[in-house]
Write a protein that binds this ligand. Structure first.
Ligand code: ZN
Length: 349
């Protein structure tokens, strides 16, 4: 049986961190008190972009103005809760508390706390030019594997099993998970879910920015984490069930013609509109290092990877590296898991 967990609203967690897990003296998921009002404010500011993702006609856009806020907030909050629950259910906290002497699990420090601790022992072998407190590449990758796995499992639950009241009201859809919506509603629901989750990951990653910048290693890991989440959306949208993994974690998606058609549909009708929407209406330009800029730059290579074509960029290569690292971590995490591994033994649909 999984351990008992308490859910608390806390003023000790800031709005960009969203939530954290404490396990001393008792297991608690702490949701940031500031997260909810801050999310509301952000969604309100972005509502013109969000409503266009839901409806094409100006009349429907006007009618849906109010409902869009609760639909997107509902998805974002459910995602944060599921993400934290999967840190518990997926054995991340069990593995961490057994192998590392730390007693909290927060979205800001996780990988860095691991990395700095292990680095202290190895500081004499640090490569020249890398500051002593900079996290090692492998610790960063492990950290992101855990984050990515919590994201991907949360997305699977959201799309396959969750009945999201806000979305149902907005789209006047039937009482079912979004994977079972009629095609038009399904497309709108996936666009909004993709947007809501992109906003949450941008928020969580913004809380790590200073720590990431203090690392001298150039790495595109936050964008890889985001693309891994988008990859789960593609698979859920396209209901791809036939994925097998070799001993090194290399995934083989034996894609049928129907798979390719529905994946293309996802890339063009779901993902593209989300990528080209204006997520910074109060700024004239966005930095090329920002996640929003990188989403567009690396989108073609993301499509290459999804459609089983060779990748050509550092992010494409890193997605493959991350999939393999996730496979290796799955073995380490197995004794602590509270469910059979969902991602590697996919449900047949
Ligand atoms: Zn997390």
């Amino acid at each position: 049986m999984p351990p008992k967990v308490r859910l608390r609203i806390s003023s000790d967690v800031d709005a960009s961190e969203c939530a954290k897990i404490n396990w001393h003296p008792e297991l608690q998921i702490l949701i940031s008190k500031a997260f909810l009002p801050s999310l509301h404010q952000e969604v309100e500011k972005l509502s013109p972009a969000l409503i266009r993702l839901a409806f094409a006609s100006p009349r429907a856009q006007k009618e849906g103005q109010t409902a869009i806020l609760s639909a997107v907030e509902d998805i974002a909050i459910s995602f944060v809760l599921l993400h934290e629950l999967f840190h518990l259910m997926g054995g991340h906290f069990g593995w961490l508390s057994k192998h590392r002497n730390i007693d909290r699990f927060d979205e800001r420090h996780l990988g860095f706390a691991l990395a700095v601790r292990s680095r202290r022992r190895k500081v004499h072998v640090a490569a020249p030019g890398i500051p002593a407190n900079s996290p090692s590449r492998s610790a960063m990758t492990t950290s992101y594997v855990l984050e990515s796995e919590a994201d991907c499992n949360a997305i699977q639950w959201l799309t396959r099993y969750s009945v999201l009241a806000g979305l149902r009201t907005l789209l006047r859809a039937k009482d079912s998970p979004m994977t079972d919506f009629a095609p038009k509603h399904r497309q709108a629901a996936f666009r909004l879910a993709l947007a809501a989750i992109w906003l949450v990951i941008r928020r969580m990653e913004s809380s790590r920015t200073t720590l990431i910048q203090s690392s001298s290693e150039e790495h595109p890991l936050p964008i890889t984490r985001l693309f891994m989440a988008f990859g789960t959306f593609v698979k859920e949208y396209s209901a791809i069930s036939d994925i097998s993994f070799d001993d090194h974690g290399g995934g083989y998606h034996r894609l049928s013609d129907d798979d390719v058609t529905s994946m293309r549909e996802f890339l063009m009708l779901i993902m593209r509109p989300v990528l080209i929407a204006d997520w910074n209406p109060d700024r004239e330009t966005v930095s090329p290092r920002s996640l929003e800029a990188q989403m567009s730059i690396y989108f073609p290579d993301f499509a290459n990877h999804m459609l089983d074509r060779a990748v050509s960029t550092v992010v494409g290569k890193e997605m493959i590296e991350m999939e393999k690292a996730r496979f290796r971590m799955d073995k380490a995490l197995k004794p602590f898991r509270y469910f059979p591994t969902a991602e590697l033994r996919r449900l047949k649909r």
